[in-house]
Design a protein around this ligand. Sequence first.
Ligand SMILES: [Zn+2]
Length: 287
Amino acid sequence: MSVDFYGQGQFPPMAFHSEGHQDSMGIALFFALMEKLTTSEFGLVVLDDVVMSVDIEHRKNFCRLLKSFFPERQFIITTHDNVWAKNLINEGVVERKNSIEFLYWNVEEGPVTVVGQDVWNTSRTKAKMDLHGASAFFRREMECHFENICDKLHARIRYNNIHKWDYGQYMSAAYKELQNLIKKAKQQAHVFNQTETINQLDLLESTLKARITTATAENWVTNVLIHHNPDYEISKPEFLAAVDAMEQFCQCFECSKCHTAISTIYAGENPVALMCKCGSYAYPLKQ
Ligand SMILES: [Zn+2]
């Protein structure tokens, strides 16, 4: 068997392609065999942790491929990788209500699962069993969450050459960027005397400010989580209050109708609009 490499000729799959590429070829082969060997009545496919060594951009393409090429198949996709599980939901391959997380298992009770729950409810459920584990989970999830927000908003973050940023850095970059974008949207609305839009944006601005204050400045638990200080003992009610405050704050970054993260649309170097997926959250930033 041989494969093309950038139009340079046909080579054995192991000659030039990375492990991730080889994994992708394996999946392609699997799908080809599936089409060839199974009948049309057989619509169920189980994919067990198939994208372990595939990078994030290719994983997103993999999601789109499953969605557009196999709409009549039912996939059961298992993984140990939280980021991949989230990609599948964010890209619309898996509906949130169809995602199941196995929290732990034991011989007496079997597996303990949460079905279709978001990070907030999962954190609350985890806190009932293991507060320390719930805090670690929440911190990791929030880091991932705000990284995604920074990506959507094209937020500015102070560069470092190890390419590693933490929860606090992502969160403050996301906050500053949204604050800045709302200001830009307001300037634009003022140019056209759009009183209603100005009022909406004023409300968004004050809500954002009030909620970050509740989530951080007045909430030492969040600060302990952000700076990961294991010396402080957090109680369960304190942890749950921090989760509530952070959930409220995070709602500032999503559309209240479609619940997708709002993104900044760029034309070249200039942000031109702030939008959600359904279009009900839409503010021009430039004429
Ligand atoms: Zn929307």
